[in-house]
Ligand binder design. Structure first.
Ligand SMILES: Nc1ncnc2c1ncn2[C@@H]1O[C@H](COP(=O)(O)OP(=O)(O)O)[C@@H](O)[C@H]1O
Ligand SMILES: [Mg+2]
Length: 432
């Protein structure tokens, strides 16, 4: 007899997928989790198995795998499959599989920056002033007349590299040339957003939504630059902590009222209801919180700090998002702080070596310390090796932020591989 338990297909191979697998495995509702392709961390999670025989970008193969193994719940981890329409594909070809993730139409909120800026304008959601361009010369001319410092953003997905913050007009012209004339980001640069440079503290909010109700996890702060003191090139994120005290309760209420609920309402009104995890990046400016961007999936590393603070059954929440019953739930958040320190390979975010042997000791369950893997793989010889730029991260919870940070760095001490690098100042701004 088929059980009503969730048999999950989880797509992705980062720290986000490890923390999702870890949290989902704790649910009585979850029977098994197939991670495509997974990493050296997900391989060891209870109820989990890594599936490397199926290509994570091949929707037809993923449907076949789900059917062959009687899986009934799909979670696409990263943005690429969502923007490519994996949700609609499953709805069409595997309609009995529930999907935690937005439709292709709704995923444009991340997949196209010009689309999301126009959406915000239509719904009067506070964001940086901007103009969209498809014509290179028009964009160049605009740089000469615009009165504020600008940020230039390639429209499409660019793996976190499509945003350029020029120091002056010359660099701005150079950025436009790179994106629009030289096509350095391929089709992602066919159009650009030229927007106002905003000053302030940056925060991330992860929210669950079923298309009508929105419930948010504690606000997190990421550290994008590779170097201490926010120096050096941008990365996928070198560490997070949550909740960040840089945003007040009153500001959070304002963000709910002026940004989050209007976003969900606007998407519903435009026939692209948002079901899944909405990530809202905000700048807390002198004139109020303003949206930097939306992502349509869990943030990484934010989810590694936020999900250990969530007391609810994650599988239950995700299912409520799929069937439209989120209003019946409230989030139960531990009165703790969490901190995540990412450990990267030497050279990252530039080129880096892969296949370096690693030694990792596993923290005891009761310690409130977790090691979530990202770019690791477990060989047939059972040797853990590096396989990516962001390799692994140490997360800890504590009754104070100080305690969480100190414990997270203790966790970093349990990781050993040649050339490992990490920031020493995660959460420093909040601890000042
Ligand atoms: N208008 C802006 N003003 C100041 N900084 C910005 C602005 N837009 C983006 N940034 C910075 O650039 C980073 C990347 O931009 P974002 O819009 O999040 O694109 P992506 O994550 O797709 O690269 C942000 O995290 C933020 O630090
Ligand atoms: Mg971003």
């Amino acid at each position: 007899m088929p059980s009503d338990k969730l048999r999950i297909l989880l797509v992705g191979n980062g720290g986000r997928e490890h923390v999702l697998a870890w949290k989902l495995a704790q649910s009585d509702k979850v029977e098994c989790i197939h991670v495509v392709p997974g990493n050296g961390g997900t391989a060891g999670v209870e109820k989990c198995q890594n599936i490397t025989s199926v290509k994570d970008t091949d929707c037809a193969a993923l449907v076949k795998h789900a059917n062959d193994h009687n899986l009934n719940f799909l979670i696409p981890g990263p943005e690429a499959p969502l923007v490519a329409g994996i949700t609609d594909h499953f709805n069409k070809y595997a309609p009995t599989v529930q999907v935690f993730g937005p439709s292709e139409a709704a995923a444009r909120m991340e997949g196209s920056k010009t689309f999301s800026k126009d959406f915000m304008k239509r719904h009067m959601i506070p964001t940086a002033a901007y103009e969209n361009f498809t014509d290179y010369n028009a964009a160049r001319n605009y740089l000469d007349v615009v009165s504020h410092p600008v940020v230039i953003k390639a429209d499409g997905l660019a793996g976190g590299k499509g945003v350029i913050i020029p120091k002056d007009n010359r660099e701005a012209r150079h950025a436009l040339e790179s994106i629009m004339a030289n096509h350095d980001f391929g089709d992602a640069g066919n159009s650009v957003v030229v927007e106002e440079f905003l000053e302030g503290d940056e925060i991330s909010i992860l929210s669950f939504s079923d298309g009508e109700t929105i419930l948010s996890l504690p606000p997190a702060q990421d550290h994008k630059r590779i170097g201490d003191g926010d120096t050096g090139p941008n990365t996928g994120g070198m560490g997070t902590y949550a909740p960040t005290p840089l945003v007040t309760k009153a500001q959070l209420a304002e963000i709910d009222r002026t940004v989050l609920q209007p976003t969900i309402d606007g998407m519903k009104k435009e026939n692209m209801p948002f079901r899944g995890c909405l990530f809202t990046g905000l700048m807390l400016t002198k004139t109020g919180p303003k949206v930097l961007e939306y992502n349509v999936r869990f943030g990484d590393p934010e989810s590694q700090s936020c999900l250990p603070l969530l007391r609810n059954d994650l599988a239950e929440l995700m299912q409520a998002c799929c069937i439209g019953t989120l209003a019946k739930h409230t989030l139960s958040i531990a009165e703790l702080s969490a901190c995540t320190v990412v450990v990267a390979a030497a050279g990252y975010p530039g080129s880096y070596a892969k296949g370096t042997a690693m030694k990792v000791s596993v923290p005891k369950k009761e310690e409130g310390m977790y090691l979530f893997h990202a770019g690791t793989s477990l060989g047939e010889d059972e040797q853990l090796r590096t396989s990516g730029g962001r390799v692994i991260a140490a997360t800890a919870t504590g009754s104070t932020l100080r305690e969480a940070v100190d414990k997270a760095y203790k966790g970093v001490g349990m990781i050993e591989f040649e050339g490992m690098q990490f920031r020493k100042d995660i959460a420093a701004r909040a601890l000042k």
